[in-house]
Structures are given as C-alpha cells and as structure tokens.
Write a protein that binds this ligand. Structure first.
Ligand SMILES: [Zn+2]
Length: 474
C-alpha cells in the first residue's frame, strides 16, 4: 500500500515519495516538508478559505497517521494593498492592523480544531530572503527596473506555464494578470518589488526603497524555512495562476533546482450552489455561522468530508445532515460507555476494528479520498451498533472500539471535539436526577421543562434501557 496524490504539476496520480528517494519503510523518510499559502490578514477569513485550511489540516494529520513525520509551514501575508489600505483607514500601523486579524485567524483555526503547524512565517519578517532571490535573479539578467519597481521578465524563463498550462504566449496584451497597477515592459511580467507610494510602509534594500510583490513573499518564506526543494505546496485552485506559476518561475530561476515535488490544489467552495459573494447574501465568515447557532464541530465535519478535488457545495441542509452524522457517532460512544459487564475478549470485534483501519487507509491512500474514508467509517459504526444490539461486546471489546475511534480521530478531528464552552457536568447530572425524580412522581411538566432547559445548553437527553444519558448537541 502506498499513498498516491494527484500532482497538479504533472496532472497525474503519483506515489508519494518525500525527499524524492524511495525508502523501505515510512519511518525512514525525512520529515515531509509542506508549505501552504496562508491568509492575507486584512479581514475575517470566510468559509471558502477555511475549506482549504481544513484540508491542509487533514493532509498533515493523515500523513502522521500513515507514519510520516511532517514539517509544515503556513505563512501570514501581512503586507499588500488591502492590509496597507486597512491600516491607513484605521489610522494605526500596519503591524497593529495585521496583528489584530492574525490573532482572529488563529482563534478561528483553534475553533475548528485545526492543529498548529511548525512554522507561521510573516512576510514582513522575511524581507532578507526576498532580497536574496532578487539578487540571484539580477545576476542572471532576469529582472528589470522601471519607475522604481522591479519586474521578473517572463519571456526569459522558458519553463513558464508548466503548472497552469498557461504559456507566456497565451497571455494576452491588455489583460490583467496581477493586482498591481504599476507600469512594466510587458503585461505578462510581474512585480517582485514595488516602488513606495505616499503614506505606504517601505523597506530599505540594496536596490532601493519599496515593498514586496505578493508572489515573492511565498518563494522567500519557503527558501528561508526549508532551504531547498520542498515536498508539498498547497493552496486553493485560484492560486495556480498566476501566484503559484510565478512562485515557480522566480524560485527555480534564482536557485536552479526544482521548487516543489507535489502541488496540491483544493477546489472551490460554493454556498447553496452559487459562488460566494456579498451581493448574493451567501458570503459567510466562520463567525457568521457560529452566530447562526451552528457548532464548529459540524462546520469542520462538512468542510472536511468532500474530496478536495471536487467543488464543495456548502448548504444549510448539509450542515443539518452533518449534525445528524455526528449524533450517530455520539450515540455509538454513549452506547460503548454504557457497556459495564466484563466478558472475555470477542475476537470478532477486534477483527472488525482492524479491518476498518485497513479499509480506511486503502481508501484514503487513493488521492486522499476522505469522502470514501467517511463511508468506510460509517459502515464500521453500523456494524459495531449491530454487534452491541446482539450483546456481543463486553467491557474489553468496548475499549478496543474506543481505541480505534481515538486512532481514527487523529485524522478526523471531529469525533472527540474539544468543547468550546465548558459544560458543568455536575450541574447537568443534578438536573437529570431531578428530571428522573419528577418523572417518577408523574410531574411531566417539570420533567419536560428540565429537558428543554438542557437542550438550550446544547445537551440532548436520551432515555434508554440502561437509563438516562446525555450527549452534547453538535
Ligand atoms: Zn502563496
């Protein structure tokens, strides 16, 4: 069994070989080096952004589940037209402005149970590495200066267009490929370094004052952290051209070695079938959805469970279905916790757990097919429920199933989801006891009142043969 990933660069499904040299065992590979384009911190990130960030999280979690070590960087773009404009408008420094949104972004990641990565470089702290790239390109005669800005000359880099299939010949005069309004010799060229405008922050460099173009930021941070070719670069499909194409051009032209082995691109997210836009009223930040009462766990589930190369249609119906799916998982956990009797180990249960992990791995190994993996998981949930119905599980078997759930949750991150609002368990249990007493005394009005009270706190009460139990609503 080997992990296969669709590489945007070759347009083929390829066996994943970190470092480019096959090894006998997974643990012999060097840590997988990953770079993910991060947010531009000028505002709240929207759920389309979070689809990509949840995918990045799943990717690193799955690699670790498969036994790889990971060394992952996700940058913070903290200087560009929007951040500069935002800071000017609020009358604060660029750093103060971007610190605010960087903090909010990391809070949102935590809310969605996205693991911290090893490196979070900021563009403004990587200027030295940008200067190094530009100096290398200058030595090779691949750049030119115009009106104080520095441009990369695409015509001189013959491999341009391999990633996106957009060749420099296809790029038409007059079209806008880059969000900058600076003059250049050829419209296809892109700015490496931008001349300072009034009121804008700038850095002093050997080639004059100014600020970085967007594309060079990522190339510089990759170089500064990893020093050489990296294994995986991820981003949304909208970044393939021109952003990633330009990253390849400047990095490979500067250092004469491949930039990235595997390019992974995440498809768009639609909301209720349409492209998200403020004018359509279907534009949502994470906080918008939380304000509507949806739980972070449900949102994570929905964002995670579609294949990354397929568009994800995010709907409120889908959120409700996600909550139902999570309820099935919680029910299984509650049933496992209810099993109190000791019994000899039932090998059938352990075998089913092993078979599940094998089937899950085989499915997800095929181009990170998490949608298929979720299907395999719910087959497993169904089978374990059937075995519990038949009384086939004793306490040791329940423990084995629980271990399996914990193992698989290192990939999912939605089974044992950290509680966002701490729940006072004693208070809940006291209320349940009071409710049971009320029911015994046939005071159904009070019993119902307590059930509703708990539901308002996000607690669902279930009356089962084994007694009353409670689960947290997703
Ligand atoms: Zn980038």
């Amino acid at each position: 069994m080997a992990l296969k990933i669709f590489n945007t660069l070759t347009r083929r499904l390829e066996t994943f070989i970190p470092g480019g040299v096959p090894k006998e065992r997974i643990e012999d590979y060097p840590p997988v080096t990953i770079y993910s384009c991060g947010p531009t911190v000028y505002s709240y990130a929207h759920i389309g952004n979070f689809r990509t960030f949840v995918f990045n999280d799943f990717l690193r979690r799955y690699l670790k589940f498969r036994g790889f070590k990971v060394n992952h960087a996700m940058n913070i773009t903290d200087v560009d037209d929007k951040t500069i404009a935002g800071a000017l408008k609020e009358g604060i420094t660029l750093r103060e402005y971007t610190d605010k949104y960087t903090h909010i972004f990391f809070q949102d990641l935590k809310t969605l149970n996205i693991e911290p990565v090893e490196h979070n470089p900021r563009a403004t702290e990587s200027i030295d590495a940008m200067i190094d790239i530009i100096a290398h390109l200058d030595k090779k005669g691949l750049i030119y200066k115009k009106d104080g800005s520095i441009y990369f000359s695409i015509a001189k880099f013959h491999r341009y267009g391999r990633l996106s299939n957009v060749t420099s010949m296809d790029m038409k005069a007059g079209a806008r490929y880059d969000a900058d309004e600076y003059s250049k010799e050829d419209v296809r060229d892109f700015a490496l370094w931008k001349a300072p405008k009034d009121n804008e922050p700038y850095w002093d460099t050997p080639f004059g004052k100014g600020r970085p173009g967007w594309h060079i930021e990522c190339s510089a941070m990759v170089r500064k952290i990893f020093g050489t070719t990296i294994d995986i670069h991820t981003g949304g499909v909208d970044l393939i051209f021109p952003h990633h194409e330009n990253e390849i051009a400047q990095s490979e032209a500067a250092y004469d070695e491949p930039f990235v082995r595997y390019w992974i691109h995440v498809e768009h997210l639609l909301v209720e079938g349409s492209k998200m836009s403020k004018s359509l009223g279907n534009f949502f930040t994470l906080r918008d959805l939380l304000d509507k009462g949806y739980s972070p766990r449900t949102i994570r589930y929905l964002l995670l469970t579609a294949h990354y190369r397929k568009q994800l249609n995010f709907t409120f119906d889908g959120l409700n279905q996600a909550a139902q799916a999570l309820l099935r998982i919680d029910n299984l956990i509650a049933r496992l916790n209810d099993i109190k009797h000791d019994a000899p180990v039932n090998n059938q249960v352990a075998d089913r757990c092993t078979a599940f992990v094998t089937a899950f791995t085989e499915t997800v190994d095929d181009d990170l097919n998490i949608a298929g993996g979720i299907g395999v998981f719910f087959d497993f949930v169904h089978d374990i429920n059937t075995m519990i119905d038949a009384g086939a599980l004793g306490r040791p078997d329940a423990a084995i199933v629980m271990d399996t759930l914990e193992k698989i949750d290192t990939v999912f991150g939605f089974i044992f989801f950290p509680e966002v609002t701490p729940i006072n368990k004693e208070e809940i249990e006291a209320l349940i006891e009071e409710r049971n007493k009320a029911r015994k005394e046939k005071n159904f009005a009070r019993a119902d009142e307590i059930r509703k009270l708990l539901l308002d706190k996000g607690i669902i009460i279930q009356d089962t043969r084994e007694g009353t139990r409670w689960i947290v609503k997703s």
